[in-house]
Write a protein that binds this ligand. Structure first.
Ligand SMILES: [Zn+2]
Ligand SMILES: [Zn+2]
Ligand SMILES: [Zn+2]
Length: 146
């Protein structure tokens, strides 16, 4: 599968550096895996694929790397239909946007659009509360799987 991401490995290295994370072979392998697949994957998928290249890697290490990359904004977390935590690579870390995941092929697309304002105003008016953050999980069927 051809990568859907515009970013190169080098740009993710810059993001790692900005987040004071060293470029280790393991972190590199995880980012490379996502860049190549363009898909949303669960920790077990990632672990099984990484083991082919890095036989010594353990599942706890994989979990730790996924968490580090999530905190750096390189990966985004979502739940699969069977409520499993999954990860997808983000093309533009640090900007507010959303992601579309195809429930059939698990391909991830960037959604550089957010129309949350109406909901924020509704909450402000009806709950007298101030919205500080929101997460949106958007799923469906991509153009190829339709
Ligand atoms: Zn993104
Ligand atoms: Zn699809
Ligand atoms: Zn939004």
């Amino acid at each position: 599968m051809i990568s859907i991401y515009n970013k190169s490995m080098e740009e993710y290295f810059q993001t790692l550096k900005r987040n004071k994370l060293k470029i280790t072979p393991r972190r590199k392998a995880v980012i490379g895996l996502f860049l190549k697949s363009g898909m949303r994957m669960g920790p077990y998928d990632i672990y099984n694929k990484l083991k082919q290249k890095l036989p010594k890697i353990g599942l706890p290490t994989v979990y730790r790397i996924l968490d580090e990359l999530k905190k750096a904004g390189i990966l985004v977390q979502s739940l699969s239909s069977d409520r499993q935590l999954c990860y997808a690579l983000c093309d533009s870390p640090g900007t507010h946007h959303h992601h579309f995941v195809c429930r059939k092929c698990k391909k991830v697309d960037e959604v550089n659009f957010c129309n949350f304002k109406g909901i924020s105003e509704f909450i402000k008016k009806n709950l007298k509360a101030k919205v500080e953050t929101h997460h949106l999980q958007i799923e469906g069927v991509c153009s190829k799987c339709k």
